[in-house]
Design a binder for this molecule. Sequence first.
Ligand SMILES: [Zn+2]
Length: 369
Amino acid sequence: MNRSSTKAQAGANLPALRHHNAALVLDLLRAAGAEGVSRLELAERTGLTPQAVSKITARLRAEGLAVGAGLRPSTGGKPRTVLRLVPDARFAVGLHLDRDGLTAVLVDLAGRPVAVSSAPLDFGAPADRVLADAADAVRDLRAAEPRRPVLGVGVAAPGPLDHRNGVLHRVTGFPQWDGYPLRDALAERTGLPVVVDKDTNAAALALALDDPGGDFAYLHLGTGLGAGLVLGGEVHRGARTGAGEFGHQTLQLDGPSCECGGRGCVEALCLAAEARGDRAEAARVLGMGAANLVGLLDIDRVVLGGRTVAADEDAYVRGVRAVIEERAARGGTGAGVSVTAARGGDRPVAEGAAQLVLAPVFGRVGGGL
Ligand SMILES: [Zn+2]
């Protein structure tokens, strides 16, 4: 049994059920897009009674979240009224705080970006300065689209961090952030609910929306290296929300020293090969780490992202695929595992950050307002 069905059953006798059922209906409306879906179909697919669906859809219409989308002929009976989601009824802001840049995006309920901005950022600057830049980016986006109601701000930041409490941990190379309450500090400055997650988890969440039930890893190689893991369609964060610290696995005992204090880490070996212009070796190192992950978790696919990958997608995809295929050919795990590059370079991170806010609206675990 997966976690969402456990959750649905656990909620069966709780007042939250109404909210949960509304989220199920909203999720179906979103999936149907402009074509819409009839109340009867909603009842069939959610398992709710037609009366319950009518109540929910009436409320969603009253809140401006759903609207009639005409009539659809049905076999035999009278034509059915079709409903659709109103994508611009609510919006969410996604922020990607990277080590040297800040990307902000305003997305609608369908996950479509309606405004994007990016600017340089010094993540090593005092926290107040970084917070001021982040709050300014949110304010400017909202000022550009003043009539758009914003549900909250999702922030994607370098890990490790505590997703549940929105507190950063010791980011490699930026120890001053250790223990910083980013979520609460930004909520105070923007006056909006804030949810914080790792950059890699945000991107993984965005990709998971198109892959219900999927098992995959998103490997992000930019100024650092990390992973977002999706198991059974849900972002896997682990007991302390620290899962996916992929970059600091030791690949080479007594190898070159890494900024984390260890030696021979995947990240150090990969970035060192990049720095000396040996991209094939960098891809091979990344492939070794990926193949270990495939062997450990038996996932279906590996998605590569981040700007270092975006600079030469073919080389990275080819290199990583070669290592995984070679291991599978020896009888190891990994036969048929697909290796692809995420579209849009870093864009899935900022858009995924907004999904941290939107996912719970559609009853999807993985967000967290
Ligand atoms: Zn390391």
